[in-house]
Design a protein around this ligand. Sequence first.
Ligand code: SAH
Ligand code: SF4
Ligand code: F3S
Length: 459
Amino acid sequence: MKVHIKSFGCQMNKLDTNLVCSALKSAGHEITDDISFADVVLLNTCSVREHAEQRVMSHLGNLKNIRQKSKPEMIVVVFGCMAQRIPDELLKHPAVDVVCGPGQIPQIPQLISMAAKTRRPAISVAEDIRSRPADVQIQNLDDFEYENDAAAPALPRQAFVRIMHGCNKFCTYCIVPYVRGPEISRPPETIIRQIKKIASGGVRQITLLGQTVNSYKYTAGDKTYNLADLLAMASEIEGIEWIRFVTGHPNNFGDEIFKAMANLPKVCRYLHIPAQSGSDKILKAMNRGYTRSEYIGLVERARSIVPDIAIAGDLIVGFSGETEKDYFETVELVEQVRYKNCFVFKYSPRPGTRADEKLADDVPDEVKKQRNIHLLEVQKQISQQDNRRFIGQTVKVMVEGTSGKAHLNKAGQDPLPQMIGRTAGDYIVVFNGESCLAGEFVNVKIEKTSALTLFGRMV
Ligand code: SAH
Ligand code: SF4
Ligand code: F3S
């Protein structure tokens, strides 16, 4: 069958999409980018904000129309976090045939053949998402991950490798612990074996993934492995040139991770550590487990061990009870940290979370919107100023592909296309070059900068 698949969520979600694609190809199906050719459509869903769920619902509305008008036989599969959160509601939707939770993805090829054969709805989700799955199920997921190709098709020679599932932090606003289940670290032996396999297939950059990647902990025999151990082990693998990890949680960041960054040349000097807020009152209400000054202390510690480290963050504006004063403490935090970039989100209450049950969503949407725009503007000024230091420098870039943005393509008279890539610090670099450079490392001398991009010439 011809299969079309679309991801709506984070990197963890995209990794699952890649794995499912690979499994479906092994099962004899063909992947198509064009939905009008598809016999099967899969949506990998996200529940983190209401908007993410709305996008899925509107997509399902379109699929319902397509089915009614022209393709009654088309099979629609909804999987991922939203499938775990509201499985019954989704299964009742007239466009949906199969619902599958994020922990059940190895079953997807089977669920599709069942639905095709019986024309009856099929469902597989965890009943009690917070209880640890049976060992055999954990093993199944681990095997699925190892056997399938985690390489990102749109990013040549890059791959994501999950080192842990789930989350135990229970930030009061967040749905992830309720849809991804408890924290379970994968055995270091499998992770390393998997990276070796990926490297021998040509991958040069790996990103270790986890919701709180620095909580990684696995005991085998008399040794307990942490993230720094994994970074050291992955560094020894021939072929791998750059290693990243996301996302870090500000708590329990021992110096060993920063020392690994400083001492292991393959470990990228890039840290994504969401602060979420700069107000101690709000941080407490969010159950983040640190204060503003502890967060700043962490940033200072990271910079003292790894002087050229690039730090990115996430911030939520308009959380329950956030006053103007609280918000300006967040602005101050951003000004003090001087992030490389940060992602800003408007608080979106999620059903079933503690914030939704116990705290009023009392910041008007208009205020959330204004704070969102303002905070991004504050960060933009910082990025614009700080990026200027790159002018005249030559940076090493891993090339991703041709730049999709038309306005970038207009720059200069060079006959070669504009290519886009990233530095080890995750800075986006645009330059003119052959399109066959995708997946290669090149050196680019920076000539011009903006808040989000460095522009230069290949040397
Ligand atoms: N595990 C990661 C990422 C979790 S989700 C971490 O802890 O950092 C990604 C980001 O979405 C979070 O960092 C947070 O900024 C944002 N987010 C999560 N829940 C949200 C909600 N209910 N409303 C708005 N933003 C939210
Ligand atoms: Fe959500 Fe907090 Fe876990 Fe991140 S650490 S996934 S924000 S509960
Ligand atoms: Fe990721 Fe969204 Fe799930 S952020 S873990 S896909 S809720």
